[in-house]
Design a protein around this ligand. Structure first.
Ligand SMILES: Nc1nc2c(ncn2[C@@H]2O[C@H](COP(=O)(O)OP(=O)(O)OP(=O)(O)O)[C@@H](O)[C@H]2O)c(=O)[nH]1
Ligand SMILES: [Mg+2]
Ligand SMILES: [Zn+2]
Length: 291
């Protein structure tokens, strides 16, 4: 039976890429009954139907699965944040990072719109927050071209997903890297200081140098479902590293005695904002469990 990879999902149709072109498919009814949805990135088997379309009959086990944005089998998450317009929001970045860590993805932080950065110290401050966690950060501008080639190298030969708020410039950066893509981009609403949700669907794109990248619609609401309080500090690499030295196993790094993580936050080894967001997310997760 023919096989391929889902590269786009729109309105109940799945577009399956095969060596002979893309085939428009529906999913087998049984998937819906089992509340299972095929995702972009899935490797699938399909059957031809009489009208030249297909029916997805089988989905290969996933290596990774991200719920927001919805995509299967990516290795690397490129978390995209703008330095300005919309303004840089460390809390939102930390939310994205936790989700990607939870799925065990490799992570690259891309900061966009370097040309719009007003505070000359801004970049140094951001690096100081994320260096202790070991994150790779690339600052870019599509106007000056800065950082663009670094991103290209990081994308080549791998399956990556771009994730980030609407308007941060995900599609613009991909266009700058690969002009043939001609992805649609949209201006920021001056009044609201936000993007306008220009990209509507997750789409997996083949890269000329090898590898694939998914452009995705922006979003800014991200809750922590399916996460336990004890799992959270594992999603902060700089805490994960220190947690074994806490006095108690299962330490939540709130107010337990001899907590190595809290000590590190107090003496500046890890960024205070990161520990603060950790405590805030921990509270959210505990709240959810109460209902
Ligand atoms: N000055 C400047 N503007 C940029 C840069 N990158 C993107 N923009 C602008 O930011 C706006 C939004 O860009 P998009 O690429 O549509 O943003 P997006 O992240 O794809 O947004 P959604 O598809 O809605 O999720 C556009 O007006 C771009 O021209 C940059 O490096 N510098
Ligand atoms: Mg876009
Ligand atoms: Zn602790």
């Amino acid at each position: 039976m023919p096989e391929g990879q889902i590269v786009r999902a729109v309105g109940g149709f799945y577009y399956v890429r095969t060596p002979d072109g893309d085939v428009q498919c529906r999913a087998r009814g049984i998937f819906k009954k089992r509340k299972f949805s095929p995702l972009v990135g899935d490797r699938v088997t399909f059957e031809w139907t009489a009208n030249g379309e297909g029916v997805v009959t089988q989905v290969e086990p996933r290596k990774t699965e991200l719920v927001r944005p919805p995509i299967a089998n990516v290795e690397q998450a490129v978390v995209v944040c703008s330095l300005n317009e919309p303004r840089f929001q460390p809390e939102l970045l930390d939310r994205f990072l936790v989700h990607c860590e939870h799925e065990g993805l490799e992570i690259l932080i891309v900061l966009t719109k370097l040309d719009l950065l007003e505070d000359p110290n801004g970049l140094r401050q951001i690096r100081a927050m994320y260096d202790p966690a070991g994150y790779r950060i690339v600052a870019t501008s599509i106007k000056t071209g800065e950082g663009i080639e670094v991103v290209r190298e990081e994308l080549t030969g791998r399956l990556s997903v771009f994730a980030g708020q609407s308007g941060v410039g995900k599609s613009s950066l991909l266009n700058r890297l690969y002009p043939d893509l001609e992805l649609q981009t949209g201006a920021i609403s001056r009044k609201l200081g936000r993007g306008r949700h220009t990209t509507r669907h997750v789409e997996l794109l083949d890269l000329p140098e090898g590898g694939q990248v998914a452009d995705t619609p922006g979003f800014s609401q991200l809750a922590f479902q399916h996460m336990e309080p004890v799992d959270l500090s594992d999603c902060f690499p700089e805490m994960r590293l220190r947690a074994p030295d806490c006095r108690f196993r299962g330490c939540l790094h709130k107010n337990e005695p001899d907590c190595r993580v809290r000590e590190a936050a107090e003496n500046g080894e890890i960024a205070p904002s990161r520990h603060r967001h950790y405590l805030q997310f921990l509270e959210e997760i505990s709240e959810q469990r109460r209902y």
